[in-house]
Design a protein around this ligand. Structure first.
Ligand SMILES: CCCCCCCCCCCCCC(=O)SCCNC(=O)CCNC(=O)[C@H](O)C(C)(C)COP(=O)(O)OP(=O)(O)OC[C@H]1O[C@@H](n2cnc3c(N)ncnc32)[C@H](O)[C@@H]1OP(=O)(O)O
Length: 210
């Protein structure tokens, strides 16, 4: 982990813990008031200097990509569980992750929208690392069994690629039972296709160099 990640990663992790405590803490009103005073002090410090816009995607000097603001995988984002992906030799992508009690939907279970967030990211990443990056065009989910909180597993593989479209399938399981199945169509958008075509034609039209 690089020096900046070592500073900001633990901040997001602290905030994940606070998110869960906001849900489950049973301290009295006086204690909540004291905790909020500390949080206000932290807010004031962090707000001293901020970006004007979203974090976006950034690149380090050695070319590594950072999506630290991303709501599913962002190192800096306390909404992200976060997910960390492993790619197998056959192109399958897997992630073991842990959902705290702040991700509850039905009592004691994972919110279905959180499962959708995770599958969107896992399937989209799978399309990208298998050579067909794109935006989510369609994401279809089937909630087969209730998804518990806690330790979960997601995985995805490319079913097929048709030109600019990747058809990806995947699921979430609790280690034994498949809870949610997903199919996604990821499409290289028109603006990206036009940019790639313009760059290709600029290379073709460039005068030959001796
Ligand atoms: C470089 C790109 C970014 C990479 C990001 C990597 C992140 C990885 C992680 C990501 C994780 C997070 C991910 C997120 O959160 S991504 C955020 C959620 N998704 C969006 O916001 C996408 C919004 N929509 C669009 O941008 C456009 O509508 C897209 C790009 C989808 C298509 O607009 P485009 O103008 O390009 O389309 P076209 O009219 O030229 O048609 C082209 C072909 O596509 C077919 N079609 C069209 N729409 C759909 C549809 N909805 N389902 C299925 N198929 C569709 C169409 O029939 C045609 O097929 P064919 O007739 O040729 O056979």
């Amino acid at each position: 982990m690089d020096a900046e990640a070592a500073v900001v990663g633990p901040l997001a992790e602290d905030l994940r813990v606070l998110n869960e405590l906001s849900v489950v803490s049973e301290v009295d009103a006086d204690a909540v008031g004291r905790a909020r005073e500390h949080l206000e002090a932290a807010r004031a410090i962090l707000a001293e200097k901020t970006l004007d816009g979203p974090y976006g995607v950034r690149f380090t000097a050695d070319g590594r990509q950072r999506s630290w603001g991303n709501a599913a995988v962002g190192l800096r984002n306390p909404i992200a569980p976060p997910l960390e992906f492993v790619k197998d030799d056959d192109g399958t992508v897997r992630a073991d992750y842990f959902l705290r009690r702040g991700y509850e939907g039905p009592p004691g279970l994972t919110h279905g929208g959180i499962s959708a967030l995770i599958l969107d990211q896992v399937l989209g990443y799978t399309a990208t690392v298998n050579g067909c990056p794109g935006m989510t065009g369609t994401l279809t989910l089937r909630y087969r069994n209730p998804t518990p909180l806690g330790a979960l597993h997601a995985e995805a593989r490319v079913d097929r690629i048709e030109g600019i479209k990747a058809f990806v399938v995947g699921h979430i399981s609790d280690g034994e039972t498949v809870c949610v199945e997903a199919e996604g169509v990821f499409i290289l958008p028109r603006w990206a296709r036009e940019r790639m075509a313009a760059e290709a034609s600029a290379v073709t039209e460039a005068p030959a160099q001796d």
